[in-house]
Design a protein around this ligand. Structure first.
Ligand SMILES: Nc1ncnc2c1ncn2[C@@H]1O[C@H](COP(=O)(O)OP(=O)(O)O)[C@@H](O)[C@H]1O
Ligand SMILES: [Mg+2]
Length: 237
């Protein structure tokens, strides 16, 4: 379980006045416009909105994969939007889990090595002394997602649903307090997608891990604790 010394009544994540625009020819496209958002600890929240409404942009900014033009992001009551590249990489590896529509696994690596990637980043030079325990934890997670027989397979040798199971194990390997999931079932047939979503939410809830999940599917959103809607760059409840 993740260690957390912050008062449990402060939100896990608080975005204030987030704005983001993309350059479009001579003009610009305002995607987020002074957006305010809070996510509580252990909360599972869906972000809905039509295609192009900015769901992925929001998750990428909150996950420090993209920068905002203005605004602040507090994570565990600490401002994180202006961290150095090195510190953001460390925060992503240790405190955040990511699940993407396109899985985003490294094709040259086995399922097991993919799950371990965030730990290699987080451990840095101490990797060698910690690797045995880390391998043990990764095997344990792959077992839990039902891939104990597939640990040495490459992503290309796995089905879409199996690849997303690897991504779920990777997202959980650092026991992060937050998982950001962008259309996690978008590339799967509805039956596989339903099972993957149930697995992700079950494992997150067992660990009191918060989840922010972008989806355009109201059936997916219905499985979350709360739904917010993105429209005109802001959240409308
Ligand atoms: N890197 C980018 N450069 C320019 N425009 C972008 C970029 N990424 C996204 N957009 C545009 O920003 C808007 C929001 O995109 P996105 O966040 O992907 O929406 P959603 O995930 O809700 O479909 C869209 O109009 C999209 O075309
Ligand atoms: Mg998107």
């Amino acid at each position: 379980m993740h260690s957390d010394t912050t008062n449990s009544s402060t939100p896990l994540l608080r975005a204030t006045g987030l704005s983001k625009s993309y350059k479009m020819g001579r003009g610009s496209l305002q995607v987020l416009q002074s957006l305010d958002f809070e996510l509580q600890r252990a909360e599972v929240c869906a972000v809905m909105g039509s295609s192009g409404s900015g769901k992925s942009t929001l998750l990428q900014i909150l996950g420090l994969m993209d920068s905002c033009d203005s605004g602040s992001i507090e994570f565990n009551a600490k401002e994180i939007s202006k961290l150095s590249a090195k510190k953001s990489a460390m925060l992503r590896a240790e405190q955040l889990g990511f699940v993407f529509q396109q899985f985003h696994l490294i094709h040259e690596l086995s399922a097991l090595e993919n799950v371990l990637l965030p730990r290699r980043v987080a451990c840095g030079l101490s990797w060698f002394s910690k690797r045995q325990a880390e391998y043990h934890a990764a095997r344990q997670l792959l077992h839990e997602v039902g891939l104990e027989e597939r640990m040495t397979h490459r992503p290309s040798q796995l089905s879409g649903g199996e690849q997303q199971r690897v991504a779920i194990a990777r997202a959980l390997i650092s026991s992060p307090p937050l998982i950001l999931a962008d259309e996690p079932t978008g590339n799967l047939d509805s039956e596989t997608g339903g099972r993957i979503l149930e697995l992700l939410l079950k494992m997150a809830r067992e660990r009191s891990t918060s989840v922010l999940l972008a989806t355009h599917d109201s059936a997916v959103a219905a499985m979350c604790d709360r739904t917010i809607h993105l429209s005109d760059g802001q959240i409308v409840d």
